[in-house]
Design a protein around this ligand. Structure first.
Ligand SMILES: Nc1ncnc2c1ncn2[C@@H]1O[C@H](COP(=O)(O)OP(=O)(O)OP(=O)(O)O)[C@@H](O)[C@H]1O
Ligand SMILES: [Mg+2]
Length: 335
């Protein structure tokens, strides 16, 4: 299931991102169909979808201005009817929103993190946090593609001026007064939203590792150099390099075996324990994005810092994930 509006001619079975998975599932004996999701058609889809044994969903948290509220309601009904969905909507709420950065703040993958649960809390505490750290990253509750991810700093010239750069337009800095700044961020508390306030990790310049998982096991890696929220050209520590494409590796890639071991033996079990998620409810395909804070660190526990977790729409993904997904679905359908 992918997003497509009423007039769309998209088909997941022929889209580059899903084609090989669809072909491999077909070869393994599954009958695979493409379903387009859009909010207007959600009510009608329930009956059509209840005939499926498994539904694999790739729909972003923010899609054409809509959120996943209606979709997640629909998926919950289907789960109640016995359909297996790639990620249970309750699990998205537990580990697939930016809140996970706060719920796992005591794990040793965590950067310094604060959470503001309402607008007054944000108004009372954020500028103190900014004053202490000078640069902070604000993240909205649910989002993707750098939407609602901001680097916030005190403008050099005037302590009452706040510089804001969004990860979607990394070179456009805006300077706001404290009042305008607070007003601007008020909307992120609508609909039970929260704001997360993460320390800025300058080692973003080392690139980021995306660790892909199928259930509790690592099934591949991605590596990408990103210029989003890197030093701004006007800032003294300037030096923006272009964003690279993401390079993919299998779970056996020697470069990231320390991360694989850490995830499988420590961090994933801890994540499950904190959120009470049994093995069989872990998402079929998800990823955790890491900064490489200490490149040559021998003590693995301080090498990688969590940037965020994605579970709603993990694509594209490394080819190595496909075998893990197909094996998992075969084991479910045999039960
Ligand atoms: N704490 C931080 N320090 C430095 N850069 C950051 C930080 N947090 C996020 N970034 C930059 O902003 C980008 C977007 O942030 P994040 O991954 O949290 O949001 P997202 O919208 O969910 O992104 P995606 O679409 O990749 O899932 C990151 O890829 C990284 O380049
Ligand atoms: Mg994300």
């Amino acid at each position: 299931m992918i997003y497509g509006d009423v007039n769309s001619t998209k088909n997941a079975l022929t889209e580059e991102k899903y084609k090989l998975l669809a072909d491999t599932l077909t070869a393994a004996g599954f009958a695979v169909e493409s379903i387009l999701y859009h909010d207007e058609g959600a009510a009608r889809l329930e009956e059509e979808l209840s005939r499926f044994e498994v539904i694999l969903v790739w729909v972003n948290p923010i899609e054409q201005g809509n959120d996943r509220r209606h979709l997640d309601e629909l998926l919950l009904k289907l789960v109640d009817q016995g359909v297996f969905v790639s990620t249970h909507p309750e699990v998205i709420l537990k580990i697939g929103t930016k809140k996970v950065l706060y719920t796992t703040r005591h794990m040793d993958w965590s950067a310094d993190i604060e959470q503001y649960s309402d607008y007054d809390d944000f108004k009372n505490r954020f500028l103190i946090s900014l004053g202490n750290s000078k640069i902070r990253i604000l993240k909205q509750y649910r989002g993707n593609g750098g939407n609602g991810i901001f680097k916030v700093s005190l403008a050099n010239t005037d302590e009452r001026s706040i510089r804001v750069v969004q990860a979607t337009a990394a070179n456009e800095a805006r300077i706001l007064s404290p009042d305008d700044f607070h007003q601007e961020f008020r909307k992120y508390f609508d609909n039970e939203g929260v704001l997360l306030d993460q320390e800025w990790i300058p080692e973003i310049s080392n690139g980021m590792v995306r660790c892909y998982l199928t259930g509790t096991k690592v099934s591949g890696f991605g590596y990408q150099e990103s210029n989003a929220l890197c030093p701004h050209p006007e800032e003294p520590e300037s030096g923006v390099r272009p964003t690279s494409r993401r390079f993919y590796f299998s779970e056996h890639c020697g470069l990231f075996q320390d991360l694989r071991t850490m995830m499988e033996t420590k961090w994933v079990p801890e994540l499950q324990k904190i959120h009470s998620i049994p093995d069989e409810k872990m998402p079929l395909l998800w990823d955790a994005d890491f900064f490489i804070k200490n490149v040559n660190m021998r003590d693995n526990e301080q090498k990688y810092i969590l940037c965020e977790i994605n579970v709603s729409c993990v694509s594209p993904f490394p080819e190595s994930c496909i075998r893990h997904i197909v094996d998992k679905l075969l084991s479910i359908s045999r039960k």
